[in-house]
Design a protein around this ligand. Structure first.
Ligand SMILES: Nc1ncnc2c1ncn2[C@@H]1O[C@H](COP(=O)(O)OP(=O)(O)O)[C@@H](O)[C@H]1O
Ligand SMILES: [Mg+2]
Length: 272
């Protein structure tokens, strides 16, 4: 089956005057249809950049990117816009940027359905599930957490194939955060929506199917069911988890010792 997301050697370099920031370096990632993935990593690791790329909002400086087998770079602007409107739901890190402040939550979700089939039942259902059913207040007057929940409903309005959410529960308490995660999980289970959710919240990442940790612009680790694995990159490189930096500090030398199923790294002291 065609993967929902495939990244091969994706690189993003931001240029600010004379300065270059390498935000992503050689990201290889495959996400199957209906998977729910938590994108983890320290601030500045490149999570938002990767999400923007998957959303078609940013073109990679190098590397290739496919959504459901379609290479984004091969699409002209009109096709890309159509793909984004019909098949991709995005919750930006600042939810207010997704929303129309002077419209009600229902009007906001309805607006997301412009140009596609309007589905009033869906609008009511989504708002009910995020705890905002019947709320007639205009969105600009809602709290940050309420706006986040409207943004999630907006992103799911068209039963997207791909949901991309950047810290969608950052302003929610644990119980409300849980309802948002449940909604994302049922979209995956019932509609085959593939979800990529940037989060710092372990309650969120623990409830999703897989974790992908971005470190320094690369896929540093992948995990399932609470266990984390380092990922060997296309250049053979791997990023040691920070908890091992004391045993093997950056720049230290190690002997690579083969084992039946892999290798062990033994630190070699310089003066030995
Ligand atoms: N528009 C931009 N121009 C220049 N540098 C940027 C821009 N956006 C992000 N960066 C830099 O790229 C790196 C990754 O940023 P980002 O993707 O926002 O990380 P995260 O979401 O993991 O915190 C950081 O070093 C950040 O400062
Ligand atoms: Mg970010």
């Amino acid at each position: 089956m065609t993967a929902a997301v495939r990244c091969a050697g994706v690189v993003q370099i931001y240029r600010a005057g004379e300065l270059e920031v390498v935000a992503l370096r050689d990201v290889d990632l495959v996400i199957e249809r209906g998977e729910t993935v938590a994108l983890l990593g320290p601030s500045g690791a490149g999570k938002t950049t990767l999400l923007w790329m998957l959303a078609g909002l940013l073109r990679p400086s190098a590397g290739r990117l496919w959504l459901n087998g379609t290479e984004l770079a091969a699409l002209d602007q009109r096709r890309l816009d159509r793909l984004r409107a019909g098949h991709i739901g995005v919750v930006l890190q600042n939810p207010a940027r997704n929303l129309i402040p002077y419209a009600t939550p229902a009007q906001n979700v309805a607006f997301a359905q412009r140009g596609v089939r309007r589905d009033r039942t869906r609008i009511g259902e989504l708002l009910e599930r995020v705890g905002l059913g019947g709320v007639k207040t205009r969105v600009g007057r809602l709290s940050g957490g309420e706006q986040q929940r409207v943004a999630v409903a907006v992103a799911l309005a068209n039963r997207p194939r791909l949901l991309l959410a950047d810290e969608p529960t950052s302003q929610l308490d644990a119980a409300t955060g849980r309802t948002v995660v449940d909604l994302i999980r049922s979209a995956a289970a019932e509609e085959g929506t593939t979800a990529v959710v940037v989060t710092h919240d372990q309650a969120v990442s623990g409830a999703l199917g897989r974790t992908v940790t971005i470190r320094d612009g690369r896929v540093g680790a992948e995990g399932r069911r609470g266990e984390d694995f380092v990922v060997v990159g296309r250049d053979g490189g791997l990023l040691l988890p920070p908890e091992f930096h004391e045993l093997l500090p950056p720049g230290s030398r190690a002997r690579v010792v083969p084992l039946p199923q892999g290798v062990a790294l033994h630190r070699v002291d310089e003066d030995a």
